[in-house]
Design a protein around this ligand. Structure first.
Ligand code: PDD
Length: 285
C-alpha cells in the first residue's frame, strides 16, 4: 500500500503529496522541522519535540498553522493510517508560498505544514549492538544551531563525507571542540566516570534525547558535566556515544579510524540505552 502523507489539512498518497515551487521552505530553507520516534505505534518524547518546535518557530517569527495539540493528533492519525509500528514521524512547517521570491516575510500567506512517516527498527538496528565509527569535519553551519531549521546543507555534506568513509556519523568541530553530530548530540564518559556533553546554547541543537538522557543519568546519581570536549579528550575517554530521536543512544567505537577505549560499545552506553528505552516505552503516547 502506498505511504500516506499529510499536506496542509489533507491526508494524501505520497505520490500526490506536493507543495508549490514558490514554497519558502524550498526557496530559502525558511522552515522548521521535527522528527519524533515511533515505537509500537506510539510517539516517543513527543511533548519535548513539540515544545522545541514551538520554540524554533518563535525564534524565526513563524506562526504554527495548527495548535501543538492538533499537530499531535495529526501525527497520531498519520501513524495509524500508515500502520506504522516502529519508525519516525517527520514534520515540517515553512513560511508558505508567496507569489514570487521576496526575501522579507510575505503578508497574508499561510504557513505550509507537511508530515510523513518512515519505517525504522530503532531498537533492533545492527548498529545499536556494534556501535558506529564517526569522522570529524569542520562545523560549517550558521551560528543559530539551537533553531531546528531545515537549512541542513552543512550536515548533508558532513554526513555524505561520513558515509564515504564508512562511518555512521560526522562530529562537527569548532575552535578545537566537538559541537555535535550531523544529526545527533555527542557524549563521552571520562575515565573518572563523568558524563560530558556540550552545554546548550546557540552552538548546538538542544536535543530532546540528550535532555532525557542527562535527566535519567542524574536521577541515577551519575555525574554529568555540560561542557565542550575535544577529540583528544574523546579518544582518551572510557566510552563515547551519540543520542537522537532516530538512534536513541548509540555507541561510538572509533573516531577518524582510532579506537575509543577497546573499540567496543561500553557498558555505561549499553545501560543508558536500556534506561532510555524503558523511559521511551513508559512515556509513549
Ligand atoms: N536530528 N543535533 C542535531 C544537529 C540534530 O539534527 C539532531 C536530531 C540532534 C538530536 O536531537 P533529538 O534528540 O531531539 O533527535 C542533535 C534529527 C533526528 C534529524 O535531523 O533527522
Amino acid at each position: 500500500m502506498e505511504q500516506i502523507a499529510y499536506v496542509n489539512g489533507s491526508f494524501v498518497p505520497m505520490s500526490e503529496a506536493k507543495v508549490s515551487v514558490l514554497d519558502r521552505g524550498f526557496l530559502f530553507a525558511d522552515g522548521i522541522y521535527e522528527v519524533a520516534a515511533v515505537l509500537d505505534g506510539k510517539l516517543i518524547d513527543n511533548a519535548s519535540h513539540l515544545a522545541r518546535l514551538e520554540r524554533s518557530v518563535g525564534e524565526i517569527q513563524l506562526e504554527l498553522p495548527e495548535t501543538t495539540a492538533r499537530i499531535q493528533e495529526i501525527q497520531k492519525e498519520l501513524v495509524a493510517r500508515n500502520n506504522l509500528v516502529n519508525g519516525m514521524v517527520y514534520l515540517e512547517v515553512t513560511r508558505g508560498a508567496d507569489t514570487g521570491r521576496d526575501f522579507a516575510f510575505p503578508k497574508g500567506v499561510k504557513p505550509t505544514l507537511i508530515m510523513f512517516t518512515s519505517v525504522k527498527d530503532i531498537i533492533g538496528a545492527p548498529s545499536a549492538k556494534s556501535g558506529i565509527g564517526v569522522i570529524t569535519v569542520p562545523d560549517l553551519r550558521w551560528t543559530r544551531r539551537d533553531i531546528k531549521s531545515v537549512a541542513l546543507l552543512a550536515q548533508v555534506l558532513a554526513k555524505q563525507a561520513a558515509a564515504e568513509a564508512g562511518a555512521g556519523e560526522a562530529w562537527m568541530i569548532e575552535d578545537g571542540k566537538v559541537t555535535e553530530g550531523g544529526s545527533s548530540s555527542a557524549f563521552i564518559l571520562t575515565q573518572d566516570d563523568v558524563l560530558v556533553t556540550r552545554q546548550n546554547g546557540s552552538a548546538i541543537l538542544p536535543g530532546c534525547t540528550r535532555k532525557a538522557v542527562v535527566a535519567l543519568a542524574e536521577e541515577r546519581q551519575l555525574r554529568v558535566e555540560e561542557r565542550a570536549f575535544s577529540i583528544e579528550e574523546a579518544l582518551a575517554a572510557k566510552e563515547a556515544f551519540i543520542t537522537s530521536a532516530t538512534v536513541f543512544v548509540q555507541a561510538v567505537v572509533t573516531i577518524d579510524g582510532k579506537k575509543v577505549a577497546n573499540g567496543k560499545p561500553g557498558p555505561m552506553t549499553g545501560r543508558l540505552r536500556e534506561i532510555y528505552v524503558d523511559f521511551a516505552e513508559a512515556t509513549a503516547v
